[in-house]
Design a protein around this ligand. Structure first.
Ligand SMILES: [Zn+2]
Length: 323
């Protein structure tokens, strides 16, 4: 729901420089092995183009958003191959897609590299819905469960497997948003060079103006109504509400809003003054006072640090609990 500055990410990529170079080296090695076993044909032509890209670009895993788009358009999607399905001839994506994904080692990186990399980038919650973490427990071939980092590929790994481990192509997302997005076009860039996009979110939750009064009258959290505002998209692009069912997800979390309404009602000026005085004795950063007060982060720039932070900060501001 908010972008990150590419310069900030570049600093983190520099920290992991050796590991990222190793990922490229291993990928080249495995792609070459795959090439030896691939018979002449469309798959081989495509694979050799991928190998050429990896060989000639030391920075391929650090390509920025513009470069990713250009190279995607230049090399194109995986070749299609004819198949008989339900008695009909259809064109499906060639098997080379899965083989390239395996060669690039995308699956292994989900548990080995991405958790520590995105910890440094400071993303722990889904960049689309902000309602869930980006970790799933997945069973491996030995029937053991391990925590894997979930990422959505901005340029789909189904169509462009050669971009599957490019770091700016990875958008941390919860399992639900990852599944719902599928191949939908989403007009949201997580990585940007536009500083203003990294300070203020283009998305906003809005408490209906009489929501507090209605709740205090009925004492029923189900009567609380809120809205979700999004930026204007290009014609034909679906909204977050449509793709990720934002309203439906947050409709199940009305108790969070209920707690904020109660706080806004009982935390009067004199109580807040006492709290602030006691807080100041701890000599902590002033931002921590607001965070402790509402129980979550309170600035747009921190949305990715914790699930539900966007809803909590927007509603807390609507209620005058924080500025
Ligand atoms: Zn999500």
């Amino acid at each position: 729901m908010i972008a990150i500055h590419q310069n900030k990410v570049k600093v983190i990529q520099e920290k992991f420089k050796v590991e990222i170079e190793n990922q490229r080296d291993k990928a080249i090695h495995r792609l070459n092995q795959l090439n030896l076993k691939t018979p002449v044909g469309n798959d081989k032509i495509y694979l050799e183009s991928v190998i050429k890209l990896f060989n000639s670009n030391l920075d391929i895993l650090n390509w920025d958003s513009t470069k990713l788009l250009n190279e995607r358009n230049s090399l194109g999607a995986v070749p299609l191959t004819p198949k008989i399905r339900n008695g009909k001839n259809v064109l499906v994506k060639s098997e080379i897609k899965n083989k390239i994904l395996i060669a690039l080692g995308y699956k292994g990186l989900r548990s080995s590299f991405y958790p520590k990399y995105f910890k440094e980038v400071k993303i722990k919650s889904c960049v689309y819905c902000n309602s869930q973490l980006t970790i799933s427990a997945i069973k491996n071939s030995k029937n053991e469960y391990s925590a894997k980092f979930d990422v959505d590929h901005y340029h789909s790994k189904d169509d462009y497997p050669f971009l599957s481990i490019c770091l700016y192509n990875l958008y941390p997302a919860c399992a639900s948003c990852n599944r719902l997005k599928s191949t939908h076009k989403v007009e949201f860039n997580l990585y940007t060079t536009n500083t203003s996009k990294t300070i203020k979110s283009d998305y906003k939750f809005k408490l209906e103006c009489n929501a507090k009064a209605k709740y205090l009258t009925t004492k029923d959290s189900n009567v609380i109504e809120f809205g979700f505002e999004e930026p204007n998209y290009s014609l034909g692009v679906k909204t977050f509400k449509e793709i990720f069912h934002i309203k439906g997800i947050y409709q199940t979390q009305l108790d969070l809003i209920e707690e904020l309404i109660i706080k806004s009602q009982i935390y009067n000026d004199s109580y807040l003054k006492t709290l602030n005085e006691n807080f100041n004795k701890l000599k902590l950063h002033p931002d921590l006072f607001k965070r402790a007060l509402v129980g979550n982060y309170t600035e747009d720039k921190d949305i990715h640090k914790r699930p539900m932070s966007k809803l909590v900060m927007d509603v807390a501001k609507d209620l005058g609990l924080i500025q």
